[in-house]
Every structure is written in structure tokens, then in C-alpha cells.
Design a protein around this ligand. Structure first.
Ligand code: FES
Ligand code: FES
Length: 156
């Protein structure tokens, strides 16, 4: 089996995997990072969103070997080492941007990508930027408010 070497949340990892193994399965099953959720497994819902070299990808739609040599960030790596919440996580908490929480890790990672890499000035920018992330609890209004707060704090 091929060897995959990559960096996950700042830690170098090397493991032997089948060539057709998905990135989301490496994260969840091989590395135990179950904060990355699987909703649809068909690149539609965004629950599995992580950052690959700083840009949001749906990890159920990426072969793990495509991430060889890359830097992956998951929801577990977003908080500072002292265990406090990242400002975007805190904003979701403050603004009640989650109900069951299933979509939340993917929403937060997409929101961080949105602020870091895309236009995030208006409510329309946020709604467009998160259109690949579904919330089955339909809590979109508070999610938008959370991203507005988190974006302001990330930029500030
Ligand atoms: Fe990957 Fe739904 S589980 S997009
Ligand atoms: Fe339940 Fe979004 S909070 S799916």
C-alpha cells in the first residue's frame, strides 16, 4: 500500500493506506479526528469541510493521497492550545448558531475559509460563501449572525 505523509493540525503524520481511501476516512478512522462529520458522503452537505493548505475542501470528495505533503486543518486544530475557543467557534456559541451541532464543524471551517480567502463584507457574501454547507436544523439566520460576529473579530 502507498504511504501517505501529510501534516494535520500542525503534526506530521505518515501512514500506509489503500490508494482509494478518502481524506475524511483517514481523518476520522485512522487519526481519530471525529470532529469532521460525514453527512452525505457525496460532496453535497459540507459537514466534512476541512482546510487543505488553508482552503476549504469537502474531505469526502478528496482522495487522501491527493493531500500528500499538504497541511490539513480540522475543527480540532482550530482552537488555541490553551483550550479556549477560536473566535469563530465562540461566535457560533454566542449567536446560537447551532442546534444539533452536526453541521457546525463544517460551517465553522467554511466560515474561516470565507473570512481568510474570500469577500465577506455583506450578508449576501456570507450566504453565498456558505451555500455548500447545509444545516438540517435550518438555523441559517443565526449562523449568518455568527459568521458576521466571527468575521469582525477575525479581521479586528
Ligand atoms: Fe462531505 Fe457531505 S459528507 S459533503
Ligand atoms: Fe443541526 Fe445544523 S445545527 S444540522
Amino acid at each position: 500500500m502507498p504511504t501517505l505523509s501529510l501534516t494535520v493540525n500542525g503534526q506530521a503524520e505518515s501512514l500506509q493506506i489503500p490508494a482509494d481511501r478518502l481524506l475524511v476516512d483517514v481523518l476520522r478512522q485512522d487519526l481519530g479526528l471525529t470532529g469532521t462529520h460525514v453527512g452525505c458522503d457525496t460532496a453535497q452537505c459540507g459537514a466534512c469541510t476541512v482546510l487543505l493548505n488553508g482552503h476549504a475542501v469537502k474531505a469526502c470528495n478528496v482522495l487522501a493521497l491527493q493531500a500528500a505533503g499538504c497541511e490539513i486543518s480540522t475543527i480540532e486544530g482550530l482552537s488555541p492550545p490553551d483550550g479556549s475557543l477560536h473566535v469563530m467557534q465562540q461566535a457560533f456559541k454566542d449567536c446560537h448558531g447551532l442546534q444539533c451541532g452536526f453541521c457546525t464543524p463544517g460551517m465553522v471551517m467554511s466560515a474561516v475559509d470565507l473570512v481568510q480567502n474570500h469577500a465577506c463584507e455583506s450578508e449576501a457574501d456570507i450566504r453565498n460563501g456558505l451555500d455548500g454547507n447545509f444545516c438540517r436544523c435550518t438555523g441559517y439566520q443565526n449562523i449568518v449572525r455568527a459568521v458576521q460576529q466571527g468575521a469582525a473579530q477575525m479581521k479586528g
